[in-house]
Ligand binder design. Structure first.
Ligand code: PEP
Ligand code: MG
Length: 581
């Protein structure tokens, strides 16, 4: 009998190999009472374990053989920061002395208290920091017990299976060239471990439930990192299917790389830039690989939430400068912090309705020092590189917000006088902003349509709620009309981009081409398909398609019509769109 399990594909690819099962369970800590005379033994054990843990991490950091990237260093630095925290050590020592308990228990309870602060935060990135606390505790406890790490023997085509794997361990094990895949019970696309898998180009699926309890070590598995499926114990014909699929995926990747070289222009030579949305700087490599013509949106949330404090202005400067240092792009768009709402509880306590709470620009204007630091870091990068940066303001709903933000930006710019080198734009993602696009566009240099939130707010349907997919969708007549109104209200032909996921949706392409937007910014992997399809579409024809859609009153009607349009006009991309990634 054959089996398969579906999870979330976090890093594309298709591999087969044998399971190496690691990290089966979290470390279990036993509470032991100690006598007064044993206090110093416990404190000494603690100090030794701390020193050893710090040594291990520092060695990993300094080990040139790992070829660490900046996000790897950030994670290691966070571990070092926690281990060097004197307050933490003294709290543990106090606990040992006061409660007369063993070092393991004292340490575990102090770290648990600290992690509670993180667990209150709803943001996924912050929850991953909570996971980092557990990993640090595990390492310390292992060193307290004095057990050495067992070395793992990696045979060719090893696939790591773990209940959960720390980013550090992922970094350590996955760089072995015999490791071809990483699959986990836990984790999601924005976890540090997923980011490391992507940065190492390693096929990876997460959120696989209890797979680590189902599969024995050595089990041969097939990992489909496009569809997010792991399968095993396949019959002969199923294995043959897999071999076929593997070949198809290889052709798909070859096609994508071919398409990535195409210019981003319609059949009748109308130019629309295709750019990449990125969340960490190292994703630039994949943007370049898939033919991005620029970075259309750098979401800065990960930078701000990947450690337990916001980055300083200098740290931001170092980060932003990397965007331009590849010399591949002459300009990039940096979105200011879009924190709040479902991304991070902002005011220290839960908001009743976070999606409509203090988020995006509202948070920035309520925390002007933080906002000013981000803006100054960006302007310093312009000043140093002499390259253009487009500053994008999220979650704007009123003109006052733009006036206030402009004032802050212009005040900081008095010091740098960089008028030619930066632009200010607004994400149109609230119905209010959509309705006053004309006024907004008169106050900024460009606009970018954030369809993810715009659809959520226009249809009052949570973008993360799977049960609302028949309402929250790209083909709603209200959305097509809203997009038309936005684009046609923009003043003086100012630059219009689309930065929501709809930009990567093939069926929506005729709408955007018909609307004559200037830029589509999307996840890098989708760029080649969009480029290829664009090459086969005529701009004038798409204007007619748009007109037809505007007459329709049902989303199913629009969707079917767009399917027919794509089917009858697109040939090259057809071979790859069946994979629906
Ligand atoms: C959007 O809302 O469309 C958008 C691009 O922003 P995010 O997905 O980060 O909210
Ligand atoms: Mg948004």
């Amino acid at each position: 009998m054959s089996y398969e399990k579906k999870g979330v594909a976090v890093s594309h690819g298709f591999v087969s190999g044998n399971i190496i099962l690691i990290n089966q369970a979290r470390t279990i800590v036993e509470k032991k009472k100690i006598t007064k005379s044993e206090i110093y033994t416990e404190i000494n054990r603690l100090q030794t374990a701390l020193e050893l843990s710090l040594k291990e991490i520092s060695e990993l950091k300094n080990s040139s053989s790992y070829g660490l990237k900046s996000e790897h260093i950030d994670i290691l630095d966070f571990n070092i920061l926690v281990l060097e925290d004197e307050i933490l050590v003294s709290e543990v020592i106090q606990k040992i002395k006061k409660e007369l308990i063993n070092a393991e228990w004292a340490l575990n309870s102090v770290l648990t208290d600290k992690s509670k602060n993180f667990s209150k935060v709803k943001d996924l990135y912050m929850q991953e920091r909570l996971a980092d606390f557990y990993y640090i505790a595990e390492r310390l406890i292992k060193n307290l017990r004095g057990k050495s790490e067992s070395s793992i023997e990696f045979k060719k085509n090893s696939i790591l299976l773990a209940h959960d794997l720390s980013p550090l361990d992922a970094l350590k094990y996955c760089q072995n060239s015999n490791v071809v895949g990483l699959i986990m019970d836990l984790g999601g696309p924005t976890s540090h471990t997923a980011i490391i898998a992507r940065s190492l180009n390693l096929t990876s699926i997460m959120s696989l439930g209890d797979l680590s309890h189902q599969l024995p070590p050595g089990q041969k598995v097939y990992v489909d990192g496009y569809k997010g499926i792991v399968s095993w114990q396949l019959k002969k014909d199923e294995k043959e299917e897999m071999i076929k699929l593997d070949k198809e995926y290889k052709i798909l990747e070859e096609n994508l790389l071919e398409f990535s070289k195409l210019s981003s222009v319609t059949k009748d030579k109308f130019k629309i830039f295709t750019k990449a949305n990125i969340e960490i700087v190292s994703e630039i490599n994949s943007a370049i690989r898939y033919g991005a013509e620029g970075i259309g949106m750098y979401r800065t949330e990960f930078l701000f939430t990947s450690t337990d404090r916001f980055p300083t202005q200098d740290e931001q400067f170092d980060n932003y400068i990397n965007l331009l240092s590849s010399n591949h792009f002459d300009e990039v768009t940096i979105r200011t912090l879009d924190i709040g709402g479902d991304k991070l509880a902002t005011q220290g306590e839960d908001e009743i309705n976070p999606a409509m709470g203090v988020r995006g620009i509202r948070y920035s204007l309520a925390n002007v020092e933080m906002f000013a630091d981000q803006i100054e870091a960006i302007l310093r990068v312009c000043n140093t590189t002499k390259k253009k940066i487009k500053i994008l303001l999220p979650m704007v709903s009123t003109i006052e917000e733009i006036i206030e933000a402009n004032e802050i930006i212009n005040n900081i710019n008095m010091k740098y006088k960089l008028n030619e080198l930066f632009e200010i734009g607004v994400v149109i993602e609230t119905p209010s902003a959509a309705l006053i696009t004309k006024e907004i566009s008169s106050k900024v240099d460009f606009i970018s349509i954030g369809t993810n939130d715009l659809i959520q707010y226009v249809l009052a349907a949570d973008r993360n709620n799977k049960d609302l997919r028949s309402i929250w969708n790209y083909y709603q007549p209200s959305i097509i009309k809203m997009l038309y109104n936005i684009v046609t209200s923009v003043e003086n032909n100012k630059y219009v981009s689309v930065c929501g996921e709809m930009a990567s949706n093939l069926l929506s392409l005729p709408i955007f081409v018909g609307l004559k937007v200037n830029e589509l910014s999307m996840n890098s992997h989708s760029i080649p398909i969009i480029k290829s399809a664009m090459n086969e579409l005529e701009q004038h024809y798409c204007e007619d398609v748009l007109k037809e859609c505007l007459k329709m009153s049902r989303h199913s009607e629009i969707e079917n019509y767009l399917k027919e349009t794509i089917n009858s006009n697109i040939q090259k991309a057809k071979s790859v769109i069946k994979y629906e990634f």
